[in-house]
Design a protein around this ligand. Structure first.
Ligand code: AMP
Length: 215
């Protein structure tokens, strides 16, 4: 049973690791990015608002994010733990999450910070592709689907996210440095953060994570 947060710059492989961690420890994978993309796809009012920010590589305003996550955490499947991927992204969000957990009498077990060299991550992201249907991640060089453009898992369409273009990616890095990096110091104070280098294959990175969390 784990209550976890995954932190890291764009392209550090959070999504890939999140899928593996959630499967291994049988906890729900809660990705705010995925939730927003689903809303954009369905054309909901939230999706329409979020899209403006996402396409530019900016963060969606805090007030649109916090309630979304706390509502999700109230669901029954989060009773035995959860993995937050892409949330919190600002100190304000982290404070709100702490307040929520405190009221519930629970706490995060670990914050996993995956870090890496910016240029390497940039290349990773520009080559990144994702399944439109199930969200499975791919890379044109390192992890292509068996058949081009088609998801190995569900047969859905594999495409490039609008926010993975070079210009947007560079902006996302700046946004990460300015708004999300301060969270490392925030969680360092609470002494429950672990640092993992994103260099190496997804399996190597996953092995480092398991070695800390336990088998
Ligand atoms: P991700 O897939 O986690 O990289 O998220 C894609 C985009 O969704 C981000 O660039 C933001 O525009 C938005 N987003 C996801 N999570 C958050 C969050 N916790 N706070 C604000 N915006 C977010």
């Amino acid at each position: 049973m784990f209550r976890l947060v995954l932190l890291g710059p764009p392209g550090a492989g959070k999504g890939t690791q999140a899928v593996k961690i959630a499967e291994k420890y049988q906890i729900p994978h809660i990705s705010t990015g995925d939730i927003f993309r689903k809303n954009v796809k369905e054309g909901t009012p939230l999706g329409k608002k979020a899209k403006e920010y996402m396409d530019k590589g900016e963060l969606v305003p805090d007030k649109l994010v916090v309630e979304l996550v706390t509502d999700r955490l109230d669901a029954a499947d989060c009773k035995n733990g959860f993995l937050l991927d892409g949330f919190p992204r600002t100190v304000f969000q982290a404070e709100k999450l702490d307040q929520y957990l405190e009221v519930k009498g629970i706490a995060l077990d670990k914050v996993i910070d995956i870090s890496g060299d910016e240029e390497v991550l940039l290349e990773r992201m520009i080559g990144r592709r994702v399944c439109r249907a199930c969200g499975a991640p791919y890379h044109i060089k390192n992890m292509p689907p068996k058949e081009e453009g088609i998801c190995d898992i569900c047969g859905g369409e594999v495409y490039q996210r609008a926010d993975d273009t070079e210009e947007t990616v560079r902006n996302r890095f700046q946004v990460y440095q300015k708004q999300t990096m301060p969270l490392i110091a925030y969680y360092e104070k609470l002494a429950n953060i672990i640092h993992i280098q994103s260099a190496g294959s997804p399996d190597t990175v996953f092995a480092s994570i398991i070695s800390v969390l336990g088998v």
